[in-house]
Structures are given as structure tokens and as C-alpha cells.
Unconditional design. Structure first.
Ligand code: NAP
Length: 537
């Protein structure tokens, strides 16, 4: 068993940052990565049209000003291949690969109370021992695949957007189905529509979307961002979502309809996700939200030619941004093409897959390729997949049977020396995840420095503090409209999953202050022990 200071699970953005930081502190670290390349979700989600809907300059590491200065983003919203090139560049530039074991899936991790160390086992039988277990497994990395009668009989190719095949998928001359109209389905639709002979999009819930307003980055823009990068980062860290947008302090209800229209128009044309901050109460008040939802519905309706299709594609039944909206590049316009068809599965559910395609209650469709853009077992899927055994033989699965509980979204009582990066109970998917990732890893690094300085061997969340944090997360969520819709924020995406609101909606800046206060006050809500609890008299 190779003795290490830390084992990090996952070589995506979080895992690479954790490796770089901990290694820089002189720690012996190994990263276990299940797939055969680095990049996490950006390695796997290689579907046509995949791009980030956070601006490139903000969806990037801030830890190295040299890296910031040397990397040249080509578009305002980077494509998946460009982001993957960036991640690989980082892995090479900081010589990270030598500490990464690819093709190594963690099967289990067991905490040894006497030594205050984790024994980490890979599926292939290899084992590591480490003081710290750092879970960097992503929030949207365990795919959700529907199972329809006859699915195995289908003679064409079935692909999930989240594990896109490495071979080139040829759409020319093909009849293609996309099931699902979240961000993934909405991004791939216009691209596949341009290539395929025929495309059918199966929609269950119509989704809100804001135009990306993507554009190439000019040399002048690049120069300006790089000259002011520090300020830009500070703005992101101090903004509610980590995107750099500060909410308009006005209420949507305190201005005239004409004024509101102007503000929404400007936000629509430029801000992508920032649209939700056009007024401060869009996510807090239903009447305020209605004004934004109404504007978006009109915008969407205006670009769809067919009245029947238009009626189906315009979102209704949930508040704008109560479920994750999309940022698209021509999704709705794609339905004006003669080769694109919308199939409403609420109206005509899928009955079965046939060898030739899909049979709904309305008709029989013939396909060569069926794409599941059906999403993920969000937040907890990848954390609960391996067997994680904490104090007294308790598993994380058992502890989270009624839903995830964490102290500050980073740590779980009964699982000492384990850190979850961007876990449930942290801003995670309600934030620019790059900001949240770096924030939490820096917090962990400071904690470990303190442990080293004071010869502390074990940190552990206090169960009472954990309950308080969960209560606080729920209180903050109740102030918003998030609880008014079924979504992956609250476990509704997987049948039988506990219905618990998982991300922290108190904002990136507020969360940052809480983490900093906790550290400044000597890690309140945590126990720091010079000897493992199990060996204390
Ligand atoms: P998603 O948002 O969870 O959407 C899944 C879609 O599949 C929904 O339309 C859902 O319908 C539908 N669906 C699921 N099961 C179905 C079934 N059995 N029959 C019919 N429809 C079904 O998943 P996603 O689009 O992959 O996106 C997940 C998240 O990944 C995004 O919200 C975002 O956070 C991230 N993402 C980001 C980017 C980016 O940065 N550009 C791109 C892609 C994804 P219902 O709504 O009715 O459940």
C-alpha cells in the first residue's frame, strides 16, 4: 500500500486544481481517474454543439497569472474541444500527469479510526493509504439513462450525451432522435439539424433559454481582459453567482413596463445567464419572475414559425430559472427547418423502442441514431457510486439515505479527513463552478496548513453544526422560487431520490464569507484533533 498524504478522486477541473495546490504544499498526492483522459465532464460531454455557458475568461483557473496571460480563448463561450485543450494544457504546463492514475475507478474507501487514514481501493484491486480523501467527482457526471421496453432490440446506435463516443458520429443522411431538452439537448439540436437528414426532438418539459450572443474574442478584448484580470476575478468572487454580474438593485415591479422592457432587451442581447439578475427579485418573487418569464416567452414565440410547434416550445408551468435555464445558439430557430420535428412526450408518450426506432402513442418513428440527452443523477450520483465507509462502519449511502447532509457543503460528520469539492450544501450548480471549486480547495489547503502547524491529524465536521447548516441551506432556499419547481436541484430528476434541496442559494459572496469566518474563528463547526478520536482516552 503506497502511503500518501492525499488521494483525490477525479481528474476534472477540481481534481487537477487540488493536485496542483496540495503538491505545491509538499504533499504526496495521487489522483485516481476512471476514464482514459483528464477533463472530467469536459472529456465525456463531447456532443456536437457542446460549449460552456459561462464566459471563457471566467470559466478558467485563477491560481496562476502566467496561465491567465498565456492562454488565448477564441470565443466568448468556449466549445468543449477548446475547454478540453485548455485542461490538457494545464495538465502539461504544471506537470500534473505524473501523479494521475488514469483508467482507475475507485471502488471503495474505508476510514481507519485508529490511524486517522483512508484506505482507498480501485476496482482493479490496487489500494492506497492516505490521510485525506478529496472527492472531486463532479455534480453532473453520473448519467441518467431511461429504460424503455424494447430498447435492446433497437438496431441503430444509442448514445448518451454525457458519455459521447470517441469515434466520429456521422449524422449526414441519418434519421436522428434526441430525447431531452435540457442544456445538452438544446445545444446539440441546431448543430445536428444542419447535418442530419431528419431530426426528431422528444420534449417532456419546455425549457427557458437565453441566446448565448456568442462571438469570437478580438485581440483588443483579449488584451483588455488580461490587463484587468485581477479586477475581473474579484468581481466574480464578490458577485452572487460567481459570474461577475451584480444584480440590478431595483425590483422588477418598481419600474414602468416600458423601462422594464428596455432592461430585459439589453440583458437578452448580451448577458446570457446574467438575464436572471436583470432585477434583484426575479428569483425571489413570483410577480417579478412573471415579468421576466413573459418577456422570454414572447421572445421565443417570435422566432418560431409554426403556431402548433410554437405553443409547445414556449415554456410554461414553472418560474423562469427555478429549473436550470439554458443558454442557446439557435435552438428554437432549428424547428423552422423542414427536417426538424418536435415530438411532445407528454401528449404522446413513448410506448417502446422497436428495431427500427421509437413507437409513441401517436406514431411510429424510424431512426438510425437515438441520443439520450436525459441528464444526470445530479449532486449525489457520483459520490454515492463508490462505497465510502466512515466512522463505526457507517456508509455515506446510509448516512445520506434521506438526502445529503454536509457541514458547509465540504465535509460530513462521521467521515473525518474527507473533503467534498463543490458538494451538496455548497453553491455548486447555482454558481460559476470554477469559482466555487477554487474557493473550496484554497479553504482545504489552509485547513491542512493549520493541521500541519499544530500537529493535528484529524478534522471532522460536528454533527450539530452539520444539522444547523442543512437547516440554513433550506431556509435560504425558502426565500427563493427554487422550491416551486421539480428539478435536479431538489432530487426530482431521479425517481425515488430523496426530495431535498441540494445547492446553497445564499450566493457565492455570502458563502465565501462563511467559509472565511469559519477558518478565522479556528474552524468552528469542526473538531481538530491531535490524536484520532478513537485513540483519545
Ligand atoms: P437536464 O438539464 O437534466 O435535462 C434532461 C432533459 O431530459 C430534460 O428535458 C428532461 O425532461 C428530459 N428527460 C429526462 N428523462 C426523460 C425521459 N425518460 N423521457 C423524456 N424526457 C426525459 O440534463 P442536461 O441537458 O444534460 O443538462 C444537465 C446540466 O448539465 C445542465 O443543467 C447544466 O448545469 C449542465 N450543462 C451545462 C452546459 C453548459 O455549460 N453549456 C451544457 C450542457 C449541460 P424534464 O425536464 O421533463 O425532466
Amino acid at each position: 500500500m503506497e502511503p500518501l498524504d492525499a488521494v483525490i478522486i477525479g481528474a476534472g477541473f477540481a481534481g487537477l486544481r487540488a493536485l496542483h495546490t496540495l503538491r505545491g504544499m509538499g504533499k504526496r498526492v495521487r489522483v485516481l481517474e476512471a476514464s482514459d483522459g483528464v477533463g472530467g465532464v469536459w472529456y465525456h460531454n463531447a456532443y456536437p454543439g457542446a460549449r460552456c455557458d459561462v464566459e471563457s475568461y471566467d470559466y478558467s483557473y485563477s491560481f496562476s497569472s502566467e496561465l491567465e496571460q498565456e492562454w488565448r480563448w477564441s470565443e466568448r463561450y468556449a466549445t468543449q474541444p477548446e475547454i478540453l485543450r485548455y485542461i490538457n494544457h494545464v495538465a502539461d504546463r504544471f506537470d500534473l500527469r505524473r501523479d494521475i492514475s488514469l483508467n482507475t475507478r475507485m471502488a471503495s474507501a474505508v476510514y481507519d479510526e485508529a490511524s486517522a487514514r483512508w484506505a482507498i481501493h480501485a476496482e482493479d484491486g490496487r489500494t492506497w493509504s492516505a490521510q485525506f480523501l478529496v472527492m472531486c467527482v463532479g455534480q453532473l457526471s453520473t448519467t441518467k439513462r431511461p429504460s424503455y421496453p424494447g430498447q435492446d432490440q433497437f438496431q441503430g446506435e444509442i448514445i448518451h450525451s454525457g458519455v459521447w463516443p470517441k469515434h466520429k458520429v456521422e449524422f449526414t443522411g441519418k434519421r436522428v432522435a434526441i430525447i431531452g431538452t435540457g442544456s445538452s439537448g438544446m445545444q446539440m439540436t441546431p448543430v445536428i439539424a444542419r447535418e442530419a437528414q431528419h431530426l426528431t426532438v422528444f420534449q417532456r418539459t419546455a425549457n427557458y433559454s437565453i441566446p448565448a450572443a456568442n462571438a469570437p474574442v478580438t485581440d483588443e478584448e483579449d488584451r483588455q481582459v488580461k490587463a484587468n484580470y485581477k479586477t475581473r476575478r474579484e468581481q466574480a468572487w464578490n458577485s452572487p453567482t460567481g459570474l461577475g454580474f451584480m444584480p440590478n438593485r431595483q425590483s422588477a415591479l418598481d419600474v414602468s413596463p416600458e423601462e422594464r422592457e428596455k432592461v430585459y432587451e439589453a440583458a437578452w442581447n448580451r448577458y446570457g445567464f446574467g438575464f436572471a439578475l436583470a432585477y434583484h427579485d426575479i428569483l425571489l418573487s413570483k410577480p417579478a419572475n412573471d415579468t421576466a418569464a413573459d418577456f422570454i416567452r414572447r421572445k421565443i414565440a417570435a422566432v418560431i414559425d409554426d403556431p402548433v410547434v410554437r405553443e409547445k416550445l414556449v415554456p410554461k408551468g414553472h418560474a423562469f430559472a427555478a429549473r436550470r435555464p439554458s443558454v442557446d445558439s439557435g435552438y428554437f430557430q432549428a424547428f423552422n427547418r423542414p427536417n426538424v420535428e418536435l415530438a411532445d412526450v407528454r401528449e404522446s408518450p413513448i410506448v417502446e423502442f422497436t428495431p427500427e426506432g421509437i413507437r409513441t402513442t401517436a406514431k411510429e418513428h424510424r431512426f438510425d441514431i437515438i441520443i439520450f440527452a436525459t441528464g444526470f443523477d445530479a449532486f449525489t450520483g457520483s459520490l454515492l457510486r463508490p462505497e465510502i465507509v466512515g466512522r463505526s462502519g457507517q456508509t455515506l449511502k446510509a448516512k445520506w439515505a434521506a438526502g445529503p447532509v454536509t457541514q458547509l457543503g465540504v465535509s460530513v460528520a462521521g467521515f473525518p479527513n474527507m473533503l467534498i469539492v463543490v458538494g451538496p450544501g455548497s453553491p455548486s450548480l447555482l454558481s460559476n463552478v470554477m469559482v466555487s471549486t477554487e474557493e473550496q480547495i484554497d479553504w482545504l489547503a489552509a485547513l491542512i496548513r493549520r493541521m500541519d502547524a499544530e500537529q493535528i491529524v484529524e478534522f471532522e465536521a460536528d454533527p450539530q453544526a452539520e444539522q444547523e447548516w442543512v437547516r440554513h441551506v433550506n431556509e435560504r432556499a425558502k426565500e427563493t422560487l427554487y422550491l416551486t419547481a421539480d428539478s435536479y436541484y431538489n432530487g426530482a430528476e431521479v425517481a425515488g431520490k430523496p426530495r431535498v434541496f441540494m445547492p446553497y442559494s445564499g450566493g457565492v459572496r455570502g458563502y465565501r464569507r462563511i467559509l472565511q469566518k469559519c477558518a478565522a474563528e479556528g474552524y468552528t463547526g469542526f473538531h481538530l484533533r491531535a490524536r484520532p478520536a478513537a485513540r483519545q482516552a
